[in-house]
Design a protein around this ligand. Structure first.
Ligand SMILES: Cc1cc2nc3c(=O)[nH]c(=O)nc-3n(C[C@H](O)[C@H](O)[C@H](O)COP(=O)(O)OP(=O)(O)OC[C@H]3O[C@@H](n4cnc5c(N)ncnc54)[C@H](O)[C@@H]3O)c2cc1C
Length: 430
């Protein structure tokens, strides 16, 4: 089948993951013609992007798609609990205490999120699958002015599409980012995450992060009496494993984390559908260049432990659309987008990296410091509320250097039991 591709639109988006679809939705709502291209004809089911923070819930609600997502069976949770391997609580972050109306995390399928974002798009948005973006077009001044594409259908040749704004939403490896010459700093964590889709179980309505001798073990509910189990593994742990080795591996896991023993037979059954992920953090040198915006993992990736990726991607889209509706030129708007998002994304990168280190460090000073910071934070209601706000995205107030000293036990926080002033309090006081 040959795909008909327009040769000119207002906006072309490369990639139809959460970030690309969100950007298309938000920019389409401003009346612009938007063309979304994805190299995959059928999206691959991937065990990622399932925990949606309250900020994502707010955005989805404002875009009118929250009820559609709830209808997929998305599971609400109100607490992130860090527990020891036996299930004893070490630290509990209560989203129910957040100010404002969005006080829940939703656990949903990534495919369902993509579907509800793609469903009921503004009429000016078109999504074409099976079309790969292979490069950036530039005008005489070097400004990005469109894309080169190749379709996968019979007879599909190379095509050029011109656009006033090009959006790179093509994931961590982002061919478009490379073509535009934007560099990245990308670092791999020294472990992998094994993702298991555990069926026929009813787990507590919480994000349960077990801090174990093998590192992180994360459990949360999913639609349809299922739960997600991520297990931290060594990079070589599964390389040589055939099916025959999996039962002893599972025995060892259940012995390491007795709290998940009740899920034992369901975990064993889920092993043949396992997915293994290398885990990275990535920061693009820039979020924009003349004619080009980067959104989602083409611009930033963080450890999944703090579940910030989708939040950031939806917020990128919302901010970008807000910036380009102003009276200024596209390139001035792109500078405004960069100035707004960069500090926030850097903050999220720090929060995510610190949260990941607290749980995934296996030895030495990082492990000891992680344990100490967790104990001090757990005993400090002010820091707990602030951490809930920072993770949720709805009440962000970065920790100060002094807060870090409280966490390390180097200073005593006399205001630990004083409720902090919230964003809502601040606006009510004005
Ligand atoms: C194991 C794991 C668990 C995670 N869990 C969470 C979580 O619970 N909560 C959370 O908020 N975040 C989580 N994240 C992060 C989250 O999944 C990502 O932030 C999010 O998926 C990024 O979306 P994206 O649209 O930028 O990228 P993607 O979802 O990767 O989409 C990129 C799209 O671009 C397309 N594409 C690529 N190249 C081209 C090309 N040349 N031309 C056209 N199309 C192209 C691809 O086919 C793909 O559809 C997790 C990540 C991992 C790895």
């Amino acid at each position: 089948m040959t795909t008909t591709i327009p040769d000119s639109v207002d906006v072309v988006v490369s990639g139809a993951g959460a970030a690309g679809l969100a950007a298309a939705r938000a920019l389409g709502a401003t009346g612009r013609t938007v063309l979304v291209l994805d190299r995959q004809r059928t999206p691959t089911p991937v065990a990622k992007g399932e925990i949606l923070q309250p900020e994502s819930v707010r955005i989805l609600d404002e875009w009118g798609v929250l009820e559609a997502l709830r209808a997929t069976g998305a599971r609400p949770v109100e607490r992130l609990a860090i527990r020891d391997p036996h299930g004893e609580p070490l630290l509990s972050i209560d989203y129910g205490q957040l100010p404002g109306p969005y006080r829940q995390v939703l656990c949903a399928e990534y495919a369902d999120l993509r579907n509800v974002l793609a469903g009921g798009m503004p009429g000016t948005v078109e999504i074409l699958r099976g079309v790969r973006v292979t490069g950036a077009l530039r005008d005489g001044a070097g400004r990005v002015s469109g894309v080169h594409t190749v379709g996968d259908g019979a007879g599909a040749g190379g095509t050029e599409i011109r656009a006033g704004l090009v959006v790179a939403a093509d994931g961590m490896s982002s061919p478009l980012r490379k073509a535009a010459g934007v560099g990245v700093d990308r670092q791999e964590y020294p472990h992998r995450l094994l993702a298991l889709d555990v069926e026929g179980v009813d787990v507590a309505a919480e994000l349960a992060a077990y801090r174990t001798a093998r590192g992180l073990c994360l459990v949360y509910p999913l639609p349809g009496n299922r739960c997600r189990l991520y297990v931290q593994v060594r990079p070589d742990e599964f390389r040589a494993s055939g099916m025959a080795d999996l039962n002893p591996w599972c025995d060892a896991l259940l012995a390491d984390v007795p709290a998940i023993a009740p899920l034992g037979s369901a975990v064993r059954a889920s092993l043949r559908r396992r997915q293994l992920f290398a885990v990275y953090r990535l920061r693009a040198d820039r979020l924009s260049a003349p004619g080009l915006a980067l959104v989602g993992e083409s611009a930033h990736a963080v450890h999944p432990m703090a579940a910030q990726g989708v939040n950031s991607s939806l917020r990128d889209a919302e901010t970008l659309a807000g910036a380009v509706t102003s009276e200024s030129t596209v390139d001035n708007s792109l500078e405004a987008y960069e100035a707004d998002r960069r500090p926030r994304l850097d903050h999220i990168a720090t929060v995510s990296h610190n949260a990941a280190r607290m749980i995934t460090a296996l030895s030495g000073a990082p492990k000891l410091l992680g344990a100490r910071m967790m104990r001090r934070t757990a005993a400090n209601p002010r820091l707990l509320r602030q951490t809930a706000g920072n993770l949720s995205g709805t009440d962000v107030r970065p920790l100060t250097l002094v807060d870090r000293l409280y966490q390390l036990g180097l200073l005593v926080d006399r205001h630990a039991n004083t409720p902090p002033v919230t964003a809502t309090d601040r606006s009510e006081a004005r």
